[in-house]
Design a protein around this ligand. Structure first.
Ligand code: FAD
Length: 430
């Protein structure tokens, strides 16, 4: 029997240098199963981190083009001037500490049969399982006159980063008395209360700095998330319901449905009118990120999955979570993506060992800050119905903030929102 002591080990590996010794754990890791994670938003980052925590033998590679990620959550506070761009910025250094290999590149091909992904930079990564969380892309073609180029004039700011900074700059440059026009998207879309939180926080900014200004929301829908709570806040803070209201919401049934977008004229045409704005924020209809379409795993606009494991219904071995997946009835939110990522990581870790995935449970909370000291939320816990492949909210598990909450409660929810933000960012990226 040969006893492998440190000396013979070094002789065998020929690793007599410090680099060789440091390299030893890499040799051990290389023997583990390989998971490639596409996308470093809250979905992908959380999945990568929790996979390593569940089973450190799994070799996890996260591929994301950007070195810095700007969270959409709290980006409406940037538009209000209450937070800086640095206040929504995260990096990938925290994930590297978990032994995740972070590659900054764009995935351009997914070969489900050959189990490998290829990148714009010419790299190829083999995998045993792939997790995809590429977020959303825009259906520009659904809005005549609008395009990716037009978004440089009429920013959507629905992917945080340069678009957020651009919209903030436009709001700062807008004269007092100007009109801010928002085109809201049709369902389903990223962050259902987001457009209305944005309108609220832009009004909060106008109230302090440009009190003669107005906000018009053109909406293809006839109702929206947390509507009663938003309207109550607008009534209290911005004169909603009076002829001095700072915010006007035009539902689809009353001419809110956008028609052609006139970029040169800074206007939006509807069936009834042409609405001109000093600043125009067009949030287009949405669909799964391009790579999900390229991989052939989208049905309609979203990737269809087994909602208990997030494995694609079309390509075994590929899991899709977060905004890109059809995970109804969970809303498309950062917290949903974070929660789904943990369910997916547990399933992938089990499947790689040939085991049955554990029974999933999911959670979502979403805070909306509507103005100074004014915030409310929705929360839900969800379970999986295997027979129906459906995610269902557990009755009585959450719900909305009360309409009759006190001013103190509304103020307290602002601090809960900020604390939620710090926690979800730490949980996802560090
Ligand atoms: P994303 O965050 O979009 O991440 C996808 C990542 O994949 C990106 O970094 C992208 O670069 C990368 N990627 C895409 N394609 C490729 C490719 N081919 N190769 C490699 N990488 C790729 N949610 C909340 O929970 N709470 C909130 O308060 C909240 N507020 C919001 C406010 C606004 C204004 C908006 C717009 C959204 C808000 N959201 C909120 C929603 C939240 O931001 C999204 O639901 C969340 O970002 C989805 O996470 P994801 O990981 O699925 O996708």
């Amino acid at each position: 029997m040969t006893i492998l002591n440190r000396r013979t080990f070094i002789q065998l590996t020929g690793a007599g240098t410090a680099a060789g010794i440091i390299g030893a754990p890499m040799v051990a890791r290389a023997a583990g199963p390989k998971v490639v994670v596409i996308g470093g938003g809250p979905g992908g980052a959380t999945a990568a981190k929790y996979l390593r925590r569940l089973d450190p033998s799994i070799e996890v590679t996260l591929i994301e083009p950007n070195k810095e990620y700007f969270t959409c959550f709290m980006s409406n506070e940037v538009l209000a001037g209450d937070r800086t761009m640095d206040g929504i910025k995260v990096t990938y250094d925290g994930l590297k500490k978990h032994g995740i290999t972070v590659v900054h590149d764009l995935v351009t091909g997914v070969d489900a049969a050959g189990k490998k992904v290829t990148t714009k930079g010419g790299q190829t990564f083999a995998y045993d399982r792939c997790i995809m969380a590429p977020g959303i892309d825009f259906n520009f073609e659904a809005l005549p006159g609008f395009s990716a180029e037009a978004a440089e004039t009429m920013p959507h700011a629905w992917k945080a980063g340069p678009q957020t900074a651009l919209l903030r700059k436009q709001l700062e440059a807008m004269p007092d008395g100007g009109v801010f026009v928002m085109v809201a998207p049709p369902n389903p879309f990223r962050c259902p209360p987001g457009p209305y939180e944005r309108a609220s926080l832009v009004a909060h900014y106008f109230k302090q700095h440009k009190p003669k200004s107005k906000i018009i929301i053109l909406d293809p829908k006839d109702s929206f998330s947390k509507q009663k709570l938003f309207e109550q806040a607008w009534t209290k803070l911005y004169g909603f319901g009076t002829d001095k209201s700072m915010i006007e919401w035009v539902p689809g049934a009353k001419g809110g449905k956008p028609g052609r977008i006139d970029v040169a004229g800074m206007a939006v045409e509807t069936d009834f009118d042409t609405i001109k704005g000093a600043v125009v924020n067009v949030i287009p209809p949405q669909k799964a990120g391009k790579i999900a379409f390229d991989a052939g795993i989208v049905e309609g606009s979203w990737a269809t999955v087994n909602k208990g494991t997030f494995e694609s219904l079309k390509a075994p071995g590929i899991h899709v979570l977060g905004d890109a997946s059809d995970a109804a009835t969970m809303p498309k939110s950062g917290y949903s993506a974070n929660s789904q990522a943990k369910v997916c990581a547990a399933a992938v870790a089990a499947l790689l060992k040939g085991k049955e995935p554990p029974a999933p449970a999911y959670v979502n909370t979403c805070y909306s800050i509507a103005g100074k000291d004014h915030c409310f939320s929705v929360a839900g816990v969800y379970t999986y119905d295997k027979e129906k492949n459906a995610i269902a909210e557990v009755a009585g598990s959450g719900g909305l903030s009360r309409l009759d909450a006190s001013d103190e409660d509304r103020k307290r929810e602002v601090s809960y929102a900020h604390s939620w933000y710090r926690n979800v960012v730490a949980d996802s990226w560090s």
